[in-house]
Ligand binder design. Structure first.
Ligand code: ADP
Ligand code: MG
Length: 477
């Protein structure tokens, strides 16, 4: 028996905190941070006699996301009370959508290992967040700033088989949320949270195994590691004749393992019932149609367009469209330089590397899109060589200056005048007469040496193409 006899089944529940200014049922701030319990209000504190009022923008953001996830949007959806007692849940219930959620039956396509794969979306429902318990000095303190913050819970079908698929699916959902500007997708601050459901079964088996839910995962790398660990743990259990408990486990990234948090509740434990304080949510066709037409071009469509319109390789097209601002930057450089291939290469290799090293977002790039386009134009018109361009780029990144200014101030422009290059070539050949004889006797590998010598003599400024041509002609003898 080995791990290869088993396969994993994975489904994700992603909680996305919506970027509204106020909470889902009250007017207090929904922003992250603030002093403890600063963002509280009688409604989010669950004071007796208060009534919830639904935030229209939260509905709009949720429906927009549903549309982008290819879901059907219910004309009438219902808010229910999910009853449980927890110190950070002031009302004793959480308002959530249950059997009639706003969005249902969609799918997400994502790119992995050179191909597009699909995950079904069971549902995406609106709900309020709970507060936070802080354990400190032997006490538990409650901070209710987060209580009532609007969430959209996106529930996937158990369609994934590997940790890599799960992580890439989650990254893709994050990308979509950020393109829509409905969630900032910050896993560390908890504005996007991924709960991973994992089970294993023997290959060929139709029936699902018992699932375990993994919580507390705050990076995509940990999504992968936690699921990986859990798959192996479950297989080890089953191979030694143990049963899998249906439970919620916490992932501990420092020890890279999962530990039991609580045994899993069933839906009936929550005594769901429609919230009598809230009317059913009804959306009409005209509103939905308007919302649909307001959707931006989504990341997958944009990546595919980059492939056809600019002949960008698939992998690059997905990197370039990771963030909307990055894709915008690429398109601007591609248009202004009229050289999309060079635009993509410069962004993928040089710009993203330097931004990453400097921990900068592309919005804060010291190199403006128009300047990068200008640099490409200088290369294409042979005013500078590709090698010089690397130095100019480094200077642009350091100083935010335009490429022409740098080229001029450093006297860097390329030598394209062929008589000047001929002179350099003659000098190099005269100084290396023995090598010239060897070359003519058949040691053609020496060609690179001559190129190097001429480039060196020109301080890197000779146009390499002309150097090649002239050398070839002269070495023929
Ligand atoms: P629950 O009622 O326990 O919340 P759901 O049926 O609502 O369970 O599913 C929650 C999540 O778990 C979904 O993302 C779903 O795809 C996933 N899931 C369901 N069954 C399994 C299974 N056997 N193995 C792995 N994931 C599963
Ligand atoms: Mg569920």
């Amino acid at each position: 028996m080995s791990y290869n006899d088993w396969e994993a089944v994975i489904g994700l529940e992603i909680h996305a905190q919506l970027l509204t200014a106020s909470k889902i049922f009250s007017s207090d701030s929904a922003h992250f941070g603030g002093a403890d319990n600063e963002h509280t209000h009688p409604v989010s504190l669950g004071m007796p006699g208060t009534l919830p009022v639904l935030n229209e923008l939260a509905v709009e953001y949720s429906a927009k996301t549903g549309l982008a996830l290819n879901c059907k949007i219910r004309k009438k959806s219902v808010f229910a009370r999910k009853n449980y007692f927890y110190p950070d849940l002031p009302k004793g219930y959480q308002i959530s959508q249950y059997d009639e959620p706003l969005c249902e039956a969609g799918f997400v396509d994502y790119f992995l290992d050179g191909e597009i794969r699909r995950v079904g979306i069971t549902r995406a429902h609106m709900e309020e967040d709970a507060g936070k318990s802080v354990h400190q000095g032997g006490f538990t303190l409650i901070n209710l700033n987060r209580a009532g913050v609007p969430l959209l819970e996106i529930v996937s079908e158990p369609d994934m088989k590997t940790p890599q698929e799960a992580a890439e699916y989650a990254r893709t959902v994050r990308k979509i949320l950020r393109y829509l500007n409905v969630c900032d997708g910050n896993l560390e601050e908890g504005s996007m949270r991924c709960d991973c459901n994992v089970s294993v079964r023997k290959k060929g088996e139709k029936k699902f195994g018992t699932k375990v839910e993994l919580k507390n995962i705050n990076s995509f790398r940990f999504v992968e590691k936690a699921i990986e660990y859990e798959i192996h743990r479950q297989i080890d259990c089953l191979e030694t004749g143990e049963k899998i408990q249906q439970e919620t486990r916490l992932y501990d990234p420092t020890k890279n393992r999962t530990v039991t948090m609580r045994l899993k509740e069933e839906a009936h434990d929550y005594r769901y019932f429609p919230d009598p304080d809230l009317l059913p949510l009804v959306v009409d066709d005209a509103w939905l149609a308007k919302l649909k037409s307001s959707l931006p071009e989504l990341p997958l469509a944009r990546a595919q367009r980059f492939q056809t319109e600019y002949q960008v390789p698939a992998y690059d097209s997905f990197v370039l469209t990771t963030e909307k601002a990055q894709a915008d930057f690429f398109e601007e450089v591609a248009h202004l330089s009229k050289n999309p291939k060079a635009a993509s290469n410069w962004i993928m290799t040089d710009l993203l590397r330097d931004l990453n090293d400097a921990k900068l977002e592309i919005e804060k790039s010291p190199v403006a899109a128009a300047d990068l386009a200008q640099l490409i134009l200088l290369i294409d018109s042979k005013e500078i060589s590709g090698k010089m361009a690397k130095d100019v780029f480094a200077e642009m990144f350091k100083t935010s200056k335009g490429p022409q200014e740098i080229v001029k101030s450093k006297g860097m422009s390329q030598i394209t005048d062929s008589s000047a290059i001929e002179k350099l070539v003659d000098e190099v050949l005269a100084a290396n007469a023995n090598s010239v004889n060897d070359y003519r006797a058949g040691k053609t590998k020496l060609f690179g040496f001559f190129v190097g010598q001429v480039m060196k003599a020109s301080k890197g400024q000779a146009n390499p193409e002309s150097v090649n041509q002239i050398l070839q002609a002269k070495l023929k003898g």
